[in-house]
Design a protein around this ligand. Structure first.
Ligand code: GLC
Length: 560
C-alpha cells in the first residue's frame, strides 16, 4: 500500500543505546509535538518532520525523556492528519519515510525516545479500503471492514441509529452507490471523512498488527493510541434512545465508547510489542467515565499508560485536585501502572487560558480571561504536576506559557468540528497556532514562509529566544523543573505520596526528600518550611522556619 520505501533498516545500535534504561516510561516526561505547528523547514507555512529533527536539541536541553508526535501520515487532512489514508507513508506535507527514519535516529542519538500516534478507530475516506468499499457497491467484502448499514425509513432515508458524531451532526452518512442511487449509510463517530473500522472483522486486526510492526521495525519507542476507547461497538449498534448523548459522553459507558470488548484488542497488541527489544510502550487516549475504568486499559497484559483526562479537566482548586490525585493513584496501584498527569494537548484550550477564566467552564474556552492570572496559575499547576508520582505529558508551547489564541478569524479555522455546528469542541485551532522561536522574523522563527494559522502580534515576546536565559521566564522554570526531575528520579517515581497538613486551599505533600506545596487561593499563605527551597513558580519569601507563598504559587523544598 505504501508508496515510500526505506533505503536501510533502522539503526539497531542507536535503538539499543536509548533503550538501556528499563521502565524509563514510569516516571517519564513526554513532550507532545504537533508537527504542523512545531517548526517548518521548507518555508511552506506548515511544520514538518525535518523541522522537528532540527529542533531535537532544544527538546533534549529542555529535559524531556520522549517526544510524542501527532500524526504525520498520508492524509487528506480533514481532521489535521487524524484521518489516515496510508498508515505506512508520510504525508508529503511533512516529508517522507527517510525523514521519519532520520528523525528517529537523531532522537535516539540524543537520548530521546519517539512515540508515534496510531489512529485505529477510523481511517480516512481516502484510504484504499474505503475507496474500494464505495466503488464496489453493496455486498462488497470491503464494506464489512467498516460499518455499512441500510438506512431506516420507507426508502432508507433515515440513519441506521441515533448516534451523533463527536464533532456534531449524525454519526452516519449516506453514500451514493456506483449506479448513482442513494444507498447504504456508514458510521463515523467523528467527521464524515473518518469512517469507523469494524473491529469485529479479522482483517482489521491483522492490518493493525502489521502496521504496529512496520513502525516498530522503524525503531519507534511506542504508540499513542487515538480514540483507544472507541474501537469496539456494542453488538447490534443499539440506539441511545431518550438519553442525551452530550450529557452521557464522558460520564457513562456508551454503546460506542469504552466497551469491554476493546481490551482483547490491546492484549493482542501487547504480545506484538513485547516481541521487540527496548522497553517500548503504548499510551491510550481513552476518555472513560472514571479513572477506575481508565485503569482497565493499563492492566499488566494491556497498555502501559493512559492519559489522565480527569486530571486535565480539574479546575485550579485544592480540594478537587486532591480528590482526583488520590483517586488516580488508588486506581492505578492495583494494576501496577504509573499514574499519568497532563494539563494541555491539541484538543483542549491551553491551561494558561483555562486558568485565566472562572472555574467550571470545562476544557473548551473561548475567552482570553485574565492572562496574568492564567499564567501564574499555569506555572503553579505545572510545578504541582511535575512533583506528582508518575509520568507527565507536556504539550508544545506550554513551556513558553502560551495562551490559547481565542480570536482567530473564522476564515482561517480548520477544526472540522467548527464546521459541524453543534460539535463539542470546534475551537481547537486556538491551541494549534505555530509556536514562536525567535523575537522577530517571519512567523517568529517557525519558518520562512509564514504560518498556516496566524500568530498574535505579541508572540515574539513569548518566543524561545526571548525567554532563554531569563530566570523569571516560564521556559526557564520548565527547564529547571525538568533538570531537577532528571537529577532526582525519585521525584517522578513511585505510586504514592504523603499528604501533609495545610491551610484551606493549599495542597502539601511529601515525596521522600521532597516537599511540594501549592497555594490555589487568591491570598498569600505562610507555612512552616520543611527544608531548603528548591524551586518556585513565583516569588516566595522564605525564612529559616517559614515560607510565604503568594496566591497561585507552588514551591518545591528539599529536605536533603
Ligand atoms: C482524538 C484526537 C483528535 C481527533 C480525534 C479523531 O481525540 O486527539 O484530535 O480529532 O481523535 O481522530
Amino acid at each position: 500500500m505504501s508508496q515510500q520505501h526505506l533505503a536501510a533498516p533502522a539503526d539497531e545500535t542507536a535503538v539499543a543505546t536509548v533503550a538501556q534504561h528499563r521502565d524509563w516510561w514510569r516516571g517519564a516526561v513526554i513532550y507532545q509535538v504537533y508537527p504542523r505547528s512545531f517548526a517548518d523547514s521548507n518555508g511552506d507555512g506548515m511544520g514538518d518532520l525535518e523541522g522537528v529533527r532540527a529542533r531535537l536539541p532544544y527538546l533534549r536541553d529542555l529535559g524531556v525523556d520522549a517526544v510524542w508526535l501527532s500524526p504525520f501520515y498520508a492524509s487528506p487532512q480533514a481532521d489535521a492528519g487524524y484521518d489516515v489514508a496510508d498508515y505506512r507513508a508520510v504525508d508529503p506535507m511533512f516529508g517522507n519515510l527517510l525523514d521519519a527514519d532520520a528523525l528517529i535516529r537523531d532522537a535516539h542519538g540524543l537520548g530521546l525516545r519517539i512515540i508515534v500516534d496510531l489512529v485505529p478507530n477510523h481511517s480516512s475516506d481516502q484510504h484504499e479500503w474505503f475507496k474500494r468499499a464505495l466503488a464496489e457497491g453493496p455486498g462488497s467484502p470491503l464494506r464489512e471492514r467498516y460499518h455499512f448499514r441500510p438506512g431506516k425509513g420507507k426508502n432508507g432515508e433515515l440513519p441506521p441509529n441515533d448516534w451523533e458524531s463527536i464533532f456534531g451532526g449524525p454519526a452516519w452518512t449516506r453514500v451514493t452507490e456506483p449506479d448513482g442511487t442513494p444507498g447504504e449509510w456508514y458510521l463515523h463517530l467523528f467527521a464524515p471523512e473518518q469512517p469507523d473500522f469494524n473491529w469485529e472483522h479479522p482483517a482489521v486486526g491483522d492490518e493493525f498488527r502489521s502496521i504496529l510492526r512496520f513502525w516498530l521495525d522503524m525503531g519507534v519507542d511506542g504508540f499513542r493510541i487515538d480514540v483507544a476507547h472507541g474501537l469496539v461497538k456494542a453488538e447490534g449498534l443499539p440506539d441511545l434512545g431518550d438519553h442525551d448523548q452530550l450529557k452521557l459522553l464522558g460520564n457513562d459507558v456508551m454503546p460506542f465508547f469504552d466497551q469491554d470488548g476493546v481490551h482483547e484488542v490491546y492484549r493482542q497488541w501487547r504480545t506484538v510489542l513485547d516481541e521487540y527489544a527496548g522497553d517500548r510502550i503504548f499510551v491510550a487516549e481513552a476518555w472513560t467515565p472514571t479513572v477506575e475504568r481508565t485503569a482497565h486499559y493499563v492492566r499488566p497484559d494491556e497498555l502501559h499508560q493512559a492519559f489522565n483526562f480527569q486530571y486535565l479537566s480539574t479546575d485550579w482548586d485544592a480540594d478537587e485536585l486532591r480528590v482526583v490525585i488520590d483517586r488516580t493513584l488508588d486506581a492505578m496501584r492495583p494494576v501496577g501502572a504509573p499514574a499519568t498527569w497532563v494539563l494541555s494537548n491539541h484538543d483542549v484550550t491551553r491551561h494558561a487560558t483555562r486558568f485565566a477564566n472562572p472555574p467550571g467552564l470545562g476544557t473548551q474556552i473561548r475567552t482570553e480571561g485574565d492572562r496574568a492570572l492564567g499564567l501564574r496559575r499555569a506555572r503553579a499547576a505545572t510545578l504541582l504536576m511535575l512533583a506528582l508520582p508518575g509520568s507527565a505529558y507536556l504539550y508544545q508551547g506550554e513551556e513558553l506559557g502560551l495562551p490559547d489564541v481565542v480570536d482567530l478569524p473564522d476564515e482561517v479555522r480548520q477544526d472540522p468540528a467548527y464546521f459541524r455546528g453543534a460539535g463539542q469542541d470546534g475551537f481547537r485551532d486556538g491551541c494549534r497556532v505555530p509556536i514562536p522561536w525567535t523575537r522577530t522574523g517571519s512567523s517568529y522563527g517557525f519558518g520562512t514562509g509564514g504560518s498556516w494559522l496566524p500568530q498574535p502580534a505579541n508572540w515574539g515576546e513569548l518566543s524561545v529566544e526571548a525567554q532563554t536565559g531569563d530566570p523569571h521566564s516560564t521556559l526557564e522554570l520548565y527547564r529547571a523543573a525538568l533538570a531537577a526531575r532528571r537529577e532526582h528520579p525519585s521525584l517522578g517515581a513511585g505510586e504514592s505520596l504523603e499528604w501533609l497538613p495545610a491551610p484551606d486551599g493549599v495542597l502539601s505533600f511529601r515525596r521522600g526528600e521532597f516537599v511540594c506545596a501549592a497555594n490555589t487561593t487568591t491570598t498569600p499563605v505562610t507555612v512552616p518550611s520543611p527544608g531548603r527551597v528548591l524551586l518556585t513558580s513565583g516569588e516566595v519569601t522564605a525564612t529559616g522556619t517559614e515560607t510565604t507563598l503568594p496566591a497561585d504559587t507552588t514551591v518545591w523544598w528539599t529536605t536533603a
